[in-house]
Design a protein around this ligand. Structure first.
Ligand SMILES: Nc1ncnc2c1ncn2[C@@H]1O[C@H](COP(=O)(O)OP(=O)(O)OP(=O)(O)O)[C@@H](O)[C@H]1O
Length: 761
């Protein structure tokens, strides 16, 4: 395939009635694009309907797109309004529903087009304020027999939640549908408004509540889809006819490539959500236009569900696609243009939402009657001409024909009754079968529910076991830590005691040695000089002894400081105010050493106990792990069983549904057959009634003829008696049977004063 060949989109389909109208708007290059020295990648056709994308890629030829209107970057807000939106608002004033949607890449100008940068600026205001103005100007210029009510609602869809922008505390509204209202948002605030300013006030209030954020491509990017709706209801006070049109103005959040917009964290979630709902919108449009899809996934996102009537339903819809002209955005622009081309093929079924007044209904009735009369006259004329040219019009119901027919009807009646009876019987049986099937279905679903409940219980047990296990593990690690600390402390204390003992022993030893030495010398026999020397030495020794004592004390104080408070207390209590001598200190330390040893032993035995506890806990943990594994296994097995059961149930349900549908079809068929037979029965009954009437009339005529005969006999007798001819007093009447075109002469009736005609019952 030649990839450089030029391509055209959107000019093959003629504009069809009811199709979504698609216009395209390009904004000027923005500052960022200019700073990047970016160039436009689009050319605009002189017909105002085409745009050509000249690709920056070598192997890509130019692509031409055709729309209902293409607005180039120089287009004004007013020209966009007049060309794209005004026809829709005019339709709304005629009682149609209307939708205007803006779709495009982020920062392509959707909000600029829909609302405008400044609603109060006459040139810069966007579609919504201009539409509001048109509505109220129309109301002002209307005949005063028309009464209007205008309602406004404003909401946004943010992260798949519908939030009322007029009452933001309503943050997760639901969607519903009924015949009269179509698809609608439940409990959405609708404010009645009587002038433009009130609408602007509400819009500004709503905009403040809207979710807007900063992206690399747009400082004030709309992170939600905003839906502004305006309902215009009008009543004619003269004939009480009414109509109403609802206008949806939808500013979609921008589609974006997260790489380009630098979205992360919350922005990334938003972007993913926006892209998801826009791709569902694309899928809906695809399903509506590919001619093969049997299902349109409106319910896959809140946006498409709300727009259900606007896409393929009761609405006149205008899509405005907005694009950037920069080559930097070429890919997004082409994708937006393709979306627009696809949307052009969506067919809607707009109708006026009208309520007829009594007067209008009467008028319609009289028009219908007039038509019937005209047709009757025509039939009479045709019958007349038909008989004139020798044709015979079949009798309605007469004589033998009637009798035979009656007989046949009676037989038919019985036959029909028989068939009806048997059909009724079948119906009863089928209904019984349906009821038993329904019972089966409900049993199956009850079982299903039980199984689900069982599974839930198992899950709950599992969770509580996991919870207990975690608790045990926590306790275990706490105890282990405690043990380790105690052990370390014990070892440290042992070492300190050992050091103290050693030092004490060496001091004791030294003192003993010195004492021995001193004792060994007989003082009296020692020469003076030597004596003095010895005394000096003894003094020095004493000084050293004192020094040693001081050092020892200091080291004890240090140990005391470092050891626990109870030891310190004991030490100070014992030696408070006194300088301890070595024996006392040695004894004290011996006792303390014993205490320490005992305590150490206790600690060790405590440690042993804790170890045992730890082992027990470890065992418990192991046990729990095993139980957990067993439960997991059970759960997996149960899950599988449940799945199998659910699958089986699903199959049974499918079979039941098929049988149910078959039965339902049969039931409906039987119902319609019964209806046909009932109609036939009714016709037969009517025929019988007519026949009875006819027989009654025949009897009347026979009676009258009998009476007439009697009179004739009497007259003949009188004539014979008087033998003189006399003028007759009888009047001759023509009786015309009703029925308009079926009127015909029935015969001659003689009416004579004094004769009472009895009508047989
Ligand atoms: N036709 C235009 N003429 C002049 N400026 C425009 C035009 N269209 C858009 N802009 C400017 O471009 C910027 C982005 O436009 P806007 O916010 O309308 O984009 P958006 O498509 O709504 O973006 P998002 O999807 O991120 O909300 C705004 O500053 C806007 O004023």
């Amino acid at each position: 395939m030649d990839r450089t060949r030029s391509m055209r989109f959107g000019d093959d389909e003629p504009e069809a009635k009811g199709n979504v109208t698609v216009v395209c708007r390009f904004r000027p290059l923005n500052q960022k694009e200019k700073d990047m020295n970016d160039k436009p990648c689009v050319d605009f056709g002189s017909d105002g309907k085409t745009v050509v994308v000249k690709s920056q890629y070598e192997n890509q030829g130019p692509q031409t797109f055709n729309f209902d209107i293409v607005f180039n970057p120089d287009s004004t807000q007013n020209s966009v309004y007049e060309g794209a939106a005004k026809p829709i608002v005019n339709s709304v004033l005629e009682g149609f529903n209307g939708t205007v949607l803006t779709y495009g890449q982020t920062s392509s100008g959707k909000t600029h087009t829909m609302t405008g940068p400044d609603m109060d600026d006459i040139n810069q205001k966007g579609i919504i304020p201009r539409m509001v103005k048109t509505v109220f100007s129309h109301i002002e210029n209307c005949d005063d027999t028309l009464e209007f009510a205008v309602k406004v609602a404003y909401c946004e869809i943010y992260l798949e939640k519908i939030r009322d922008l007029l009452k933001p505390e309503k943050s997760n509204l639901k969607i519903s549908e009924d015949k009269a209202r179509g698809v609608y948002i439940v409990d959405l605030t609708e404010e009645y408004v009587s002038n433009e300013d009130e609408v602007y006030g509400l819009m500004k209030m709503g905009q403040k509540n809207r979710e807007v954020g900063f992206t690399n491509m747009n400082e004030g990017s709309s992170r939600s889809h905003a839906i502004f709706s305006l309902t215009v209801s009008q009543t004619n006070t003269r004939d009480l006819s009414a109509k109403s049109g609802k206008l949806y103005l939808v500013d979609l959040a921008g589609s974006e490539k997260v790489g380009k917009t630098g979205a992360e964290g919350k922005r990334l979630d938003e972007a993913k959500n926006i892209n998801k709902s826009l791709s569902t919108l694309g899928l809906v449009i695809f399903s509506l236009t590919d001619g093969k899809s049997t299902h349109v996934p409106y319910r896959d996102s809140k946006l498409t569900r709300v727009l259900q009537d606007s896409l393929g339903g009761n609405s006149k819809t205008m899509l405005i696609i907005t694009c950037s002209p920069a080559s930097y955005n070429e890919a997004e622009t082409i994708s937006t243009l393709r979306f627009g081309i696809r949307a052009k093929a969506v067919k809607n079924k707009p109708k006026v939402n009208k309520e007829y007044s009594v007067a209008e209904l009467k008028l319609l009735l009289s028009q219908a009657n007039e038509l019937i009369n005209k047709k009757d006259i025509r039939i009479i004329w045709l019958e007349k001409h038909f008989t004139e040219i020798g044709g015979t019009i079949p009798a309605d119901i007469e004589g033998e024909e009637l009798k035979e027919e009656t007989l046949a009807s009676t037989q038919e009646y019985h036959e029909v009754m028989g068939i009806l009876e048997s059909e009724k019987q079948k119906l009863v049986e089928e209904m019984e079968l349906t009821a038993s099937l329904k019972q089966d279905i409900s049993n199956v679903s009850a079982k299903n529910t039980n199984l689900m409940r069982e599974n839930e219980n198992l899950n709950a047990q599992l969770m509580s076991l996991i919870f207990t296990m975690n608790e045990i593990e926590d306790k275990l690690s706490d105890s282990q830590e405690e043990c380790l600390k105690a052990k370390a402390k014990g070892e440290l204390q042992e070492k300190q005691i050992k050091v103290l003992e050693d030092s004490l022993k060496s001091q004791e030893k030294k003192i003993e040695e010195q004492n021995n030495e001193i004792n060994r010398i007989p003082i009296d026999f020692i020469p003076i000089a030597e004596k003095e020397h010895l005394l000096k030495e003894i003094k020095e020794l004493k000084t050293r002894y004192n020094l040693q004592e001081e050092i020892l004390k200091a080291s004890y104080t240090k140990i005391i400081d470092e050891t626990n408070d109870s030891f310190k207390d004991k030490f100070t209590e014992k030696f408070s105010g006194n300088t301890p001598n070595f024996e006392e200190m040695a004894r004290f330390f011996e006792i303390e050493r014993e205490n320490w040893t005992n305590e150490h032993k206790n600690l060790l035995s405590d440690l042993e106990n804790k170890k045992t506890i730890i082992e027990e806990l470890e065992n418990d943990k192991e046990q729990s792990r095993l139980t957990y594994e067993a439960l997991e296994k059970d759960k997996v097995e149960n899950d599988q069983k449940l799945k199998d059961k659910v699958n089986n149930l699903g199959k049974i349900l499918e079979q039941l549904t098929v049988s149910y549908q078959l039965l339902a079809t049969k039931y409906h068929k039987s119902k319609s057959e019964i209806k046909i037979r009932e109609n036939k029965l009714l016709q037969s009954k009517e025929k019988i009634l007519k026949m009875n009437n006819y027989i009654r009339k025949q009897n009347e005529e026979i009676n009258e003829l009998k009476i007439k005969l009697e009179h004739l006999d009497e007259e003949q007798i009188e004539k014979n008696i008087d033998n003189a001819p006399k003028a007759s007093h009888a009047k001759i009447k023509k009786s015309v049977k009703g029925g308009g075109n079926n009127a015909r002469v029935m015969g001659l009736l003689f009416n004579k004063p004094g004769i009472n005609k009895q009508t047989p019952n």
